[in-house]
Design a protein around this ligand. Structure first.
Ligand SMILES: [Zn+2]
Length: 80
């Protein structure tokens, strides 16, 4: 068995839960979470939203934000 298949298997075995953005939304107060969700659903560039999070001391990858925004993240899978 290749190392890659082991790694991929481990990924599949991981419990599904929200992605870092989903967890962030859960950890925020309601007002902030709603504002972030609105921003994500709106027309602001991911780059701009990401910068705001970084400025607020929230270290999260821009790709992670983009994946959540586009519905490619674990949150979607967890809901299905
Ligand atoms: Zn997500």
């Amino acid at each position: 068995m290749s190392e890659l298949s082991d790694r991929l298997k481990n990924l599949a075995d991981k419990p599904t839960g929200p992605c870092p953005v989903g967890r962030l939304l859960e950890s925020m107060d309601k007002e902030t979470a709603e504002a972030l969700e609105k921003a994500l659903a709106g027309r602001a560039a991911t780059r701009v939203i990401h910068s705001e999070l970084i400025n607020a001391g929230i270290h999260i990858g821009r790709d992670t934000v983009a994946a959540h925004r586009n519905g490619w993240c674990r949150c979607k899978a967890a809901q299905a």
